[in-house]
Design a protein around this ligand. Structure first.
Ligand code: PMP
Length: 393
């Protein structure tokens, strides 16, 4: 017996699902150098254009000078430093919750929160389109795990009726591959009726959504009683790295005491926390970034509809173009790349079978002119793809 990895890889290639890692040879930004080619990129999650902001860079440099480059140990040993603590306090204040707890990645934050809250004899109910880290967390928890229909409070309600033990309802705030918003008021009402807790991972909502960038809970005007467990990530609109869970004193202390992905890992470098403190300040101060981003979103949706592209009902910077077939999605990205544009093709298993798409993401760093370049190229490539299809038919 041996591991037949070659066959496994060949099968993935044959199914047009083989993934490549583009090699980035420039900082994040609208214009990047990838695999030796200069490209206009519409695939980063740097929604507010803070990943390469001079003030954030300076904050990280100063942080490294003052605190060194490594976290050194886990938070509970000697890795919890003043910048981590200050960032947690700033994030608690930003989210309007008593406390926030910092993690090195969103994946870890999600594993930590779910596994610390539910286990054997409990129930975890998740939207079927939740991010992989949430689904993995549900499985790892050992609780009864069930997925309800996408954004469907009725489907959730049926599962809540059968739930046992402590019950956690878990949803993305903004769905990462579709860009649509979770119907939090309805999900929250369903959870409350059954005494379940709602956990929202708002990785893509913090920054773009809400009057002050406070994400989906601010967008819907919800409080801590509605969403007791709130997760945000820092590698997207904040432009840095890491994540946080915000909630009550008891929730955060429970994570500190029981969450293995918190306890058994090295803290993020304190200089990263210094950078995030600055990006949080910019996110709040420079509201023009959100306004400009919203203008780009509106223009993209109008332009794409004129071309005849199929979009999702998304008010966020995530604007997928639904294609269906993985091979056609790849062909469209290849045509765009020939014209100097980088857009990611998202295929199964990241999205359900038959729903391959181009995931266009917009950023406040894009100019209106760059967006027009994208729309012009999409019109041309979409027409070409249609001609190729009819040529084959
Ligand atoms: N949650 C969601 C909804 C995400 O989209 C992502 C990352 N794509 C994560 C969590 C994981 O965050 P991180 O990249 O910080 O691990």
């Amino acid at each position: 017996m041996s591991f037949d990895l070659a066959t496994r890889l060949a099968e993935r290639r044959a199914a047009h699902l083989y993934r490549q890692r583009p090699l980035l040879d420039s900082p994040q930004g609208p214009e990047v150098q990838v695999d030796g080619q200069r490209l206009l990129a519409f695939c980063s999650n740097d929604y507010l254009g803070l990943a390469n902001h001079p003030e954030v860079i300076r904050a990280m440099q100063q942080g490294a000078e003052q605190w060194g480059v490594g976290g050194g140990a886990s938070h509970l040993v000697i890795g919890h430093s003043t910048p981590h603590h200050a960032l947690e306090e700033a994030l608690a204040e930003f989210t309007g919750r008593p406390r926030a707890l910092l993690f090195s990645t969103g994946y870890m934050a999600n594993l930590a929160a779910v596994t610390a809250l539910v286990g054997q004899g409990d129930t975890v109910l998740e939207d079927r389109l939740n991010h992989a880290s949430l689904l993995d967390a549900g499985l790892l928890s050992g609780a009864r795990f069930s997925r309800y229909l996408h954004n469907d409070a009725e489907s959730l309600g049926k599962r809540l009726d059968k739930a046992e033990g402590n019950t956690l309802v878990v949803t993305d705030g903004v769905f990462s591959m579709d860009g649509d918003l979770a119907d939090l008021p309805a999900l929250c009402a369903a959870a409350r009726r059954k005494g379940a807790w709602l956990m929202v991972d708002d990785a893509h909502g913090f920054g773009p959504l809400g009057a002050t960038g406070g994400g989906i809970v601010e967008h819907f005007g919800l409080g801590i009683d509605d969403v007791p467990v709130l997760v945000g990530t820092l590698g997207k609109a904040f432009g840095t790295a890491g994540a946080f869970v915000a909630g009550s004193e008891e929730l955060i202390e429970t994570l500190v005491q029981f969450a293995r992905p918190y306890i058994y890992t090295t803290s993020q470098p304190p200089a990263v926390a210094c950078a995030t403190l600055k990006s949080l300040e910019l996110l709040r101060r420079e509201s023009w970034r959100r306004d400009h981003l919203n203008q780009l979103i509106a223009r993209f949706r109008q332009g794409a509809a004129e071309i005849g592209l199929t979009l999702v009902d998304s008010p966020t910077p995530i604007q997928p173009i639904l294609i269906g077939d993985s091979q056609r999605a790849l062909r469209l990205t290849a045509l765009l790349k020939q014209r100097g544009l980088l857009v990611g093709a998202i295929r199964p298993p990241t999205v359900p079978a038959g729903t391959a798409r181009l995931r266009v993401t917009l950023s406040a760093a894009h100019t209106a002119a760059q967006l027009e370049t994208l729309l012009d190229a999409l019109a041309e490539c979409w027409a070409l793809l249609g001609q190729e299809d009819s040529g084959r038919a």
